[in-house]
Design a binder for this molecule. Structure first.
Ligand code: GLY
Length: 588
């Protein structure tokens, strides 16, 4: 079990009554709203919500044609890879959670939840020290930019795997919207352009990326039409034969391009790629059953760990934006991310103590030792060497999440990614495929932070054919055989705390889907030692009180791009996309 030292204990009674004192004193005014309220979409039948209206529309169309949630998720995911290419796509990988309702309530009491891992794997030639220079220091850009940063993509294999066993409509039909968007073009948004501008230098170094995403090296402007002819052709090929990505002409193009540019991925790596069905991690919270992605994601483990640390605490009574609530959750987040840095990795390579980390007894120990009056110094949570931290880049991470529920209440919660904005900035010549920089999610060296400021160690060291640790947290919540909600978000290291807050907003604060994804957020990840509060979301009194307790508070503009589908008591689907992004929910 994780050995964590704690300073002196405070009495439980103080923990329980302190919030009431604060609220009685009236020193916690209602906080201002930081972001507009999301639009709430309702449907009795099916629902698709994703990070882009055109992608949601692609999924909606499939539901209207009689497809199920799997079909709609596949169509939405391929469409995202065209209309939100900077976030996720066929050059990346991800995780999918599928919830199947009980067919017969006599024999099956609960939803069956399955987890598909189609994340990128390291190439066979990858080595532990591949990002170290001759002085033994990490070359900080090598795992982020260019061919060496790319992990073996899993998206096409993953989508095909789930469709083969659980889809209803023909595979090729599911790619038609994506092909149309690529061939005929779509209008790029401010969001697209701002991402592009930030990665322009890297993109312009790769001729195929430059041709695909710029106008002779200049960024597109909002409203410009982006046509991706090569990608349309690639999608046509995948529509005919998904294996072509791994064993056919697409795979050959990737391997040739890699060999010519110092990349490691070979045709053998592509041929060997296999998605893996895994057991989700599930736990009880109040009356609900919360299931999320197991390792190689850290998301599910730490979501459950933090929920367990909350334990019996009466959060609704405390109030969502009460400093005590934020303090308690922050302390719990710190412990979770410290454990993440040491214990989490690819379960096929290291033993991850999932049961211990998600056990009630461990959570109770942590909970009892949280001092509600004083933030614990990070060095007391776990020994660490903060001086080894790379400068923390608060860059908008580019992953995407989609949620689909169909008429039968089959549910898909899927988060997938190419990691950083525009991935490695590399497009395989002639294919339009933008490749990931997922190798950066490994620990390049012990204690050295990745793009998201996350540190890792032995458990997440690079090895051939290993999967880098992720924070992606697709989540499904059920109760007594009924679906309550499904959610997820992009956001790199912030994914876990964003999903946690969306889940708490629904389960504890009884918010609808729109309120739940809109409410202001906060985040702490142990290192760097910062409590990040969303600008405009918290009152001055709250900020002052948190600082008084020893938190290094920093304000940041909104992060994450969550979406959620919530089932009301009368069985209606309510969905919303994060107002911080441009997504939309579309009912059947
Ligand atoms: N690439 C971000 C994550 O998987 O957590």
């Amino acid at each position: 079990m994780p050995q964590i030292r704690f300073p002196q204990l405070k009495s439980q009674i103080i923990i329980l009554i302190y919030p009431f004192f604060l609220s009685l004193l009236g020193c916690i005014p209602n906080s201002p709203k930081s972001v507009p309220l999301a639009k709430l979409e309702r449907s009795q039948q099916g629902m698709v919500v994703s990070a882009h209206p055109l992608a949601s529309e692609a999924g909606q169309l499939i539901l209207q044609k009689g497809g199920n949630a799997v079909d709609a998720a596949v169509a939405t995911a391929f469409a995202i890879s065209v209309v939100e290419p900077f976030s996720a796509g066929i050059g990346g990988g991800g995780f999918l959670l599928m919830g199947t309702p009980p067919e017969n309530s006599e024999t099956q009491k609960e939803y069956k939840i399955q987890a598909l891992d189609f994340r990128e794997r390291s190439p066979k030639a990858a080595t532990r020290d591949m990002y170290l220079n001759q002085e033994g220091e990490v070359d900080q850009r090598a795992s982020l930019d260019g061919h060496l940063a790319v992990g073996v993509p899993g998206t096409v294999a993953g989508l095909y795997t789930v469709h083969k066993d659980y889809g209803k409509l023909p595979w090729s039909e599911l790619l038609q919207s994506a092909i149309g968007y690529a061939r005929d073009g779509f209008e790029v948004s401010d969001r697209f352009v701002s991402r592009l501008e930030r990665r322009l230098e890297v993109i312009n170094k790769n001729p195929a990326a430059k041709a695909a995403f710029t106008k002779n090296g200049q960024p597109y402007q909002p409203g410009d039409l982006l046509i991706q002819t090569d990608k349309a052709q690639t999608l046509e090929t995948i529509a005919e034969n998904p294996q072509s990505f791994y064993t056919g002409k697409i795979g050959e193009a990737i391997a040739t391009d890699m060999a010519a540019n110092g990349g490691l991925i070979t045709l053998e790596d592509l041929k060997d790629y296999t998605p893996i069905w895994r057991q989700p991690v599930c736990g009880e919270f109040r009356q609900a059953r919360v299931c999320a992605m197991p390792p190689p994601s850290s998301g599910g483990v730490h979501l459950l760990q933090i929920l367990n640390i909350i334990g019996e605490t009466n959060l609704p009574q405390w109030g969502r934006q009460n400093p005590d609530t934020i303090h308690l959750l922050t302390e719990a987040m710190g412990v979770a991310y410290a454990d993440r840095s040491k214990y989490l990795g690819d379960p096929d390579f290291v033993q991850v103590p999932v049961q211990e980390l998600t056990s009630r007894s461990y959570a109770q120990q942590v909970r009892q030792e949280i001092n509600l009056e004083q933030a614990k110094p990070v060095t007391e949570v776990q020994p660490a060497a903060p001086e080894t931290l790379r400068n923390y880049i608060w860059e908008s991470p580019n992953t995407t999440h989609l949620t689909v529920v169909d008429e039968e209440r089959l549910v898909i919660s899927m988060t997938y990614t190419i990691n950083g904005s525009f991935g490695a900035g590399v497009v395989t010549a002639g294919t339009g495929i933008l490749l990931n920089n997922e190798m950066d999610d490994f620990a390049a060296a012990p204690g050295v932070a990745n793009l998201y400021g996350l540190v890792g160690g032995e458990a997440n060291a690079i090895a051939p054919k290993k999967t880098p640790l992720s924070s992606m947290t697709p989540t499904i919540v059920t109760q007594d055989g009924q679906l309550i909600m499904a959610t997820g978000s992009p956001g790199g290291s912030t994914i876990i705390t964003t999903v946690l807050q969306v889940v708490l907003n629904v389960l504890e604060y009884k918010m609808d889907a729109a309120q739940a994804v809109s409410a202001p957020r906060f985040h702490h990840q142990w290192l760097p030692d910062k409590l990040i509060l969303e600008t405009g979301g918290f009152s001055e009194a709250t900020v002052n009180e948190l600082q008084r307790r020893g938190h290094n508070v920093e304000m940041r503009d909104g992060w994450g791009n969550a979406n959620a589908i919530v089932v009301t008591e009368s069985g209606v689907l309510e969905a919303a996309a994060d107002p911080r992004g441009e997504g939309e929910a579309k009912g059947e």
